[in-house]
Ligand binder design. Structure first.
Ligand SMILES: Cc1cc2nc3c(=O)[nH]c(=O)nc-3n(C[C@H](O)[C@H](O)[C@H](O)COP(=O)(O)O)c2cc1C
Length: 325
């Protein structure tokens, strides 16, 4: 039987999983020997994630984080994915993602050790030969040649600019950015200046540029200065195109996504997603065709991968009281 203290520790560890905009939509509750994980319906991203797929993926990553954290304290786990049942009745204000039966005598999953080491790196990657030691995954195309990386980097900038032209998207993103000096949520969620790797001056420009100045800047073709990342993208020696079966549930996709990210961390590298490339349907289709990714697969995420040139970013995470109900 899992104790309340063990459950609390498992949730804290599992919530180290990545989530869109660091919104941390996953919530946990313990029912006997079953841990339920659900998406809080209070966390909605209508502009960035109208279908709810990215919230689902984030909850899937939290589910896998839970399984890994349980393995660290000797428990096994049996996961029932209930995301597609669209059950919003059994847990008020939530959409249940998975029920995890905690079973005794689990084997330690070595990837669990990477939970605290994985982080999103949004900066220049080290200019050194990449050491993958033969690492591959069936669900991941690793792009390392310069012309294809260049093409993807350009495609990302074009897709980002297109998406950021949507005012609702910009406002929603600004709502999760912690650009103000003393934003009360900075320690708990969203994107801090440290995580974004920008200083106060740039933060001011982003606030104005994504806000009231956007239309004017766009009229004079200056918004690229705010959004272009191709130069830094090209410092990443690997662009990873992570793809999963088209019909797979967002929870299974998220579980695989966390394991993929942890494998990157195990290689002493970090990843930086380019969600614009999958949000933009045409860009995603072009990449799939170029890399020969079949029609039966969905391109889930394209990520820059390499050795970071700086320290692990301090984490913003919700306190336990917000995660457990
Ligand atoms: C579905 C999804 C999409 C994401 N898209 C982006 C992105 O486009 N750009 C980015 O910088 N980070 C992106 N992230 C990373 C999150 O912002 C990050 O996981 C979160 O801020 C928590 O920080 P951590 O990964 O360092 O723990 C994405 C994460 C997920 C799960």
């Amino acid at each position: 039987m899992i104790t309340q203290d063990q459950f609390n520790a498992v949730v804290t560890r599992a919530n180290l999983a990545p989530s869109i905009h660091n919104a941390q939509p996953a919530r946990w509750r313990l029912r006997g020997d079953v841990i339920e994980v659900a998406a809080s319906l209070a966390v909605v991203l209508p502009a960035a994630d109208p279908s709810g797929a990215a919230i689902g993926l984030s909850c899937g990553a939290a589910v896998e984080g839970t399984v890994l954290a349980l393995s660290e304290i000797g428990f096994g786990a049996q996961v029932s994915d209930v995301w597609d049942d669209a059950d919003v009745h059994s847990w008020s204000g939530h959409r249940i993602a998975a029920r995890i039966a905690v079973i005794g005598e689990g084997r330690l999953d070595p990837l669990a050790a990477q939970l605290a080491r994985r982080f999103t790196w949004r900066g220049v990657f080290m200019d050194a030969p990449v050491r993958l030691f033969g690492w591959t995954r069936e669900d991941c195309a690793l792009v390392m040649d310069t012309p294809t990386r260049n093409w993807i980097a350009g495609l990302n900038d074009a897709a980002s600019l297109g998406i950021l032209r949507n005012r609702a998207f910009r406002q929603e993103l600004l709502g999760w950015m912690r650009l103000e000096r003393k934003h009360p949520r900075t320690p708990y969620d969203g994107l801090s200046l440290a995580a974004l790797r920008i200083d106060r001056n740039i933060a001011k420009k982003v606030r104005l540029g994504f806000g009231p100045m956007w239309s004017l800047l766009d009229m004079f073709g200056r918004t690229k200065l705010l959004t272009a990342e191709a130069e830094v993208t090209m410092t990443a020696p690997v662009l990873a195109c992570f793809h999963r079966p088209a019909a797979e549930s967002a929870i299974d996709t998220g579980r695989a996504y966390l394991r993929f990210c942890l494998e990157v961390a195990q290689l002493d590298m970090a990843a930086w997603p380019m969600a614009a490339l999958t949000d933009d349907v045409q860009a995603a289709q072009q990449i799939k065709e170029h890399l020969g990714i079949g029609a039966d697969r969905k391109l889930v995420q394209v990520l820059r991968i390499g050795v970071p040139t700086g320290e692990q970013t301090p984490r913003a995470r919700r306190p336990l009281a917000e995660l457990i109900t």
